[in-house]
Design a binder for this molecule. Structure first.
Ligand SMILES: [Zn+2]
Ligand SMILES: [Zn+2]
Length: 171
């Protein structure tokens, strides 16, 4: 996800260019395995001081179901918008002072803009706390651990204590 933006940096403010993303084998983060090619689209716009990048990517992660603990493929669409600042002047090659702003990304001295870290950060924000293989996942039996998606187990249904009290009262 590296783009050379030398031409864009030389272009007038407001100039933009677009590109498709297709990455066959990419691992964005140590904790999440990307299991399909990553695809996406970006638009890069020249502003006064930086390149404004916005776009989206579709990424499929290997995930574990919170309810039944099964591995499944979790597709995510991640949209993002970030600012990338040049580290050298594109015409003179003179190093530019570092940008005194948080949450911006550098364009390296070869005018390469690398989206990987920005996409990784946005991906982490998009991963839900609860990941379900299916929103109707039945989960595991709390007593025997049987996967209830495969059918019922032989356990007695857990009886609510309050119902027991009620039963006693009725007798
Ligand atoms: Zn599940
Ligand atoms: Zn059971």
């Amino acid at each position: 996800m590296i783009f050379n933006v030398a031409q864009l940096l030389k272009a007038p403010v407001g100039t933009s260019s677009e590109a498709d993303i297709h990455e066959e084998h990419i691992q964005l983060d140590d904790d999440f395995r990307v299991i399909r090619p990553l695809i996406g689209h970006v638009r890069m716009r020249r502003t006064n001081q930086c390149i404004l990048v916005d776009g989206w990517i579709d990424v499929t992660l290997e995930s574990i179901c919170t309810r039944c603990l099964k591995q499944f493929e979790q597709p995510l669409r991640v949209s993002f918008e970030e600012r990338f600042y040049p580290s050298v002047d594109v015409v003179t090659g003179v190093p530019l002072p570092p940008v005194d702003e948080e949450e911006v990304f550098p364009i390296d001295e070869h005018h390469q803009l690398d989206l990987t870290e920005a996409v990784r950060q946005h991906m982490l924000l998009h991963i839900p706390m609860v990941t379900l293989c299916d929103e109707n996942c039945a989960g595991l039996c709390a007593q025997c651990g049987h996967d209830l998606n495969q059918g019922p187990c032989n356990c007695e249904p857990a009886v609510d204590e309050r119902l027991n009290v009620l039963k006693t009262l009725l007798q």
